[in-house]
Design a protein around this ligand. Structure first.
Ligand SMILES: *Cc1c(COP(=O)(O)O)cnc(C)c1O
Length: 477
């Protein structure tokens, strides 16, 4: 029973309207609120029982337009500064449609979609100066990419037998290191790999929020003296809170001296390599054993498009490859082209994330993407200077890349209210985080659409909501 339309002409016409609606959305984005609260009646629409009878495409589309599209988090909007979210592009959007139409499964087999992924892998190797023997794989996001890195590092420490027999007694001795400013998914990767969160040493950071390498050396020495087996150091290129870059060359040297795996979580920062201005700040990333990053953050590829790059492609392969009769490899026919992407990660069925990434890089070009990345950093420096010039505001961390942490000179509670006030107003969307225990407002400038005037709106909104909140607080007894 085919699910294709009876009337292709009708379907085609409506599909074109759907495409037009999304192009309209992207073209007029700036005029919309960044985010708006979701009315309960809208939420309630999505608590229905399983529909047994068919509906129509126009009705489902109308419901999407009325009840879903206006209530997304707003990261496509130029006024979105919350967290580290990419903005997406029209090119990525239409490429995603092509991928969905083809419906390729990129687990394996001899097909051009996998060659497209291989092409992107080759570009990534080139960008990070990795050898041709390095392996790369699209994954959901950096969380999954970091987990893969931890698993490959574990294979190197314990040998491939760990896959058959589990961690065993030696596994209990493995310890890893990252900075106190690292993303929570590093600890989660240790958890999921069976090594345990307490086997991850959180190394103190310096005043610039970069890993203190002297403290790292002391921690390694203490673990060795206690009979533990250090196996992995995770450096961060662009911390999620303030955008700090760990001292990667020094960490690489320490890892080499102790023969530890050196992984870089470059979730959003690593693609700074596309910009000749930003790349020097990432120096040392080319020394890593593995790099995890997202095309869906600074790369502006629509969600999701995470990536793992591993210098030792053989070890990566040995960590995941598994024989199965139904995945028989051949030298000809559809079973050719081994090794397959499914040999490098936990996913067998995989979507065509490579296509929207290939389109993005091909259509915009690496230089333009790099210039866009450099521009977000320039905007961050400019915004930081404007913040510093306001007596009511205070800059809370150095601006290394594109994240500005600041606060209104008032209590944590008032700063939290200011963030919520701005979000609710729909005119901009900062997030909050804590720095040295203090709640701060955080503007991550990741979106290629953001301009200087969008940041002026954020600054003005912070000042006016801050003044209002102070006035209200003073009126209360
Ligand atoms: C965003 C981010 C992650 C998590 O990446 P996902 O793609 O959300 O899984 C990890 N580390 C850092 C530094 C990040 O900024």
């Amino acid at each position: 029973m085919s699910l294709d339309p009876d009337d292709w002409h009708d379907f085609r016409q409506h599909s074109h309207r759907m495409l037009d609606d999304m192009l309209d959305y992207l073209e007029t984005l700036r005029a919309r609120p960044v985010w708006q609260p979701i009315p309960q009646s809208v939420r309630d629409e999505f608590t229905q029982a399983l529909p047994r009878a068919p509906g129509t495409l126009p009705a489902a589309h109308a419901q999407f337009m009325q009840s879903v599209l206006p209530y997304a988090v707003g990261n496509a909007h130029p006024g979105f500064f919350g967290w580290v979210h990419g903005g997406g592009t029209p090119v990525g959007m239409v490429a995603e449609m092509l991928a969905a139409g083809l419906n390729a499964n990129l687990g394996g087999r001899d097909q051009m979609p996998i060659e497209v992924e291989h092409q992107v892998v080759q570009w990534v190797r080139e960008l990070f100066q990795f050898p041709d023997s390095a392996s790369g794989l699209f994954v959901t996001g950096t969380s999954g990419a970091n987990l893969i890195a931890v698993l490959v590092a574990r294979t190197r420490a314990l040998g491939v037998a760990v896959r058959q027999h589990g961690l065993g007694a030696r596994g209990e001795l493995l310890v890893a290191y990252t900075s106190a400013a690292a993303h929570g998914c590093i600890a989660q990767a240790m958890d999921l790999a069976g090594l345990g969160v307490s086997a991850l040493r959180m190394i103190a950071v310096d005043a610039d929020h970069r890993m203190d390498t002297a403290a790292l050396e002391r921690a390694i020495a203490a673990d060795l003296a206690a009979g533990m087996q250090p196996f992995l150091i995770v450096g961060t290129a662009g911390t999620v809170d303030v955008g700090a870059v760990d001292p990667l060359p020094q960490i690489a040297a320490i890892a080499a001296r102790h023969q530890l795996w050196f992984h870089v979580d470059g979730a959003y920062g690593a693609l700074g390599m596309l910009s000749a201005q930003v790349a020097p700040q990432l120096a040392g990333i080319e020394l890593a054993d593995s790099i995890a990053f997202d095309f869906h953050k600074w790369g502006q590829v629509p969600y999701d498009a995470g990536f793992i790059l591993v210098r030792d492609g053989d070890l990566h392969h040995q960590t995941f490859a598994a024989p199965a009769a139904y995945l028989q490899r051949d030298s000809r026919g559809m079973g050719a082209g081994s090794p397959w992407p499914c040999d490098f990660g936990p996913d067998l069925s995989r979507g065509f994330r490579a296509l929207k990434t290939w389109f993005t890089i091909t259509v915009y070009g690496a230089d333009q993407l790099g210039a866009m990345i450099a521009e977000t950093c320039r905007l961050a420096r400019q915004f930081a200077a404007q913040v510093a010039a306001q007596p009511e505001l205070e800059l809370m961390a150095p601006v290394a890349l594109n994240i500005v942490c600041f606060r209104y000179r008032a209590s944590d509670a008032i700063n939290a209210e200011i963030a919520a006030d701005i979000q609710q107003s729909g005119i901009a969307a900062p997030s909050t985080t804590r720095i040295n225990g203090v709640l701060v407002l955080r503007a991550a400038i990741v979106n290629h659409r953001t301009r200087a005037d969008d940041l002026e709106v954020l600054l003005a909104a912070t000042l006016s909501f801050g003044a209002q909140r102070i006035a209200t607080a003073q009126e209360q007894p």
